[in-house]
Design a protein around this ligand. Structure first.
Ligand code: GDP
Length: 302
């Protein structure tokens, strides 16, 4: 319900498609598909994906596979669903067999990393998972305190930097060592928010990854980029660059309860082949849900 209301603007933009398809006839195909492409562009699908979707619809219409407006609409929804779920994208967390599993969250400031980590701790704890948090955002003074509040709310243990000079890689390394020694199932690692254009901070992420892998070969099991769902196509560029530097395994889309922008999500998933694993739908403990591609498609198309 929250996602449905969050996507009301996207749905409004795409509602024009229904009218177009209501009066569709074969002779009118080019005009209708041009307008459909325009509606997808307005809804942040981006030029590449919009064209890909429309071209595939055109092919199916010309081949006689789609014979009515309703069939075209269904095919449109199906193709968006396919883009979100194909290429064997695993939307569940892949935590491996070594304990502790390590999950690192990355992204720009204000996207919702710390909040998502707190909500994830809550989810995992409800499943009986023993969770340790690591306050790897050593750049912003208030970040550790913010994570400590989440640790308290969720009843999780937390490792924070002892002293101002301690940097993120050592906090994470220390946390993973403790996780290993004390039998934790999962270590959740926060990192500093950074712009993808800040070279030295991006490099720090690589050091964080290496520091963790030194303690547990193969870790981190998941590197999740947290993306603000209200930011539009800019998220594609962000995800591209973080993926290049650190190698993402999944995405967390936040603020879908706000005025979220739907189309760009499809672009990110399709271009980078990285699945959305969770969506954030509010600021409360229970406001992190596993990504449901079908619910997503039903929320953006009326
Ligand atoms: P960080 O800088 O990436 O760690 O971002 P924060 O976790 O501090 O979140 C930034 C702001 O976004 C905070 O005010 C959060 O409460 C808010 N926020 C995070 N996720 C969501 C969400 O899913 N929905 C809403 N409405 N707000 C969110």
């Amino acid at each position: 319900e929250k996602i449905f209301s969050g996507f009301s603007k996207t749905r409004e933009n795409l509602a024009v498609i229904d009218e177009l398809l209501l009066y569709w006839n074969l002779a009118d195909t080019d005009r209708v598909l041009d307008e459909l492409e325009e509606a997808l562009l307005v809804s942040d699908f981006g030029p590449r994906i919009s064209m890909k979707i429309v071209d595939s619809l055109r092919g199916d219409i010309l081949a006689g596979k789609l014979k009515s407006g309703n069939e075209i609409k269904d095919a449109l929804k199906r193709s968006v669903l396919d883009l979100l779920t194909s290429k064997g994208k695993k939307t569940e967390l892949q935590l491996g067999f070594r304990k502790p599993a390590v999950i690192m969250v990355v992204g720009v400031n204000g996207g919702g990393k710390t909040t998502s980590l707190g909500k994830l701790a809550h989810r995992l704890k409800k499943e009986g998972v023993k969770v340790l948090m690591a306050a790897g955002d050593t750049f912003r003074a208030a970040a550790s305190e913010q994570l400590e509040v989440w640790a308290e709310r969720t009843g999780s243990e937390i490792v924070v930097a002892e002293g101002e000079k301690i940097k993120a890689p050592s906090v994470l390394s220390q946390a993973v060592k403790r996780g290993k020694e004390q039998g934790y199932d999962v270590v959740l690692c926060d990192t500093s928010g950074r712009l993808h254009t800040n070279y030295s901070l991006m490099e720090e992420l690589v050091s964080c990854k290496k520091a963790v892998a030194k303690v547990i070969p193969g870790a981190p099991n998941e590197i999740l980029q947290v993306l603000d769902g209200t930011t539009g196509l800019n998220m594609l560029q962000q995800a591209r660059e973080f993926n290049e530097v650190v190698g993402l395994t999944g995405l967390v889309l936040t603020k879908l309860d706000g005025s979220a922008r739907g189309g760009c999500v499809v672009s990110v998933v399709d271009e980078l082949g990285i699945p959305v694993k969770f969506v954030g739908v509010g600021e409360g403990l229970d406001d992190l849900q596993p990504f449901d591609a079908e619910a997503f498609v039903n929320a953006i198309f009326s």
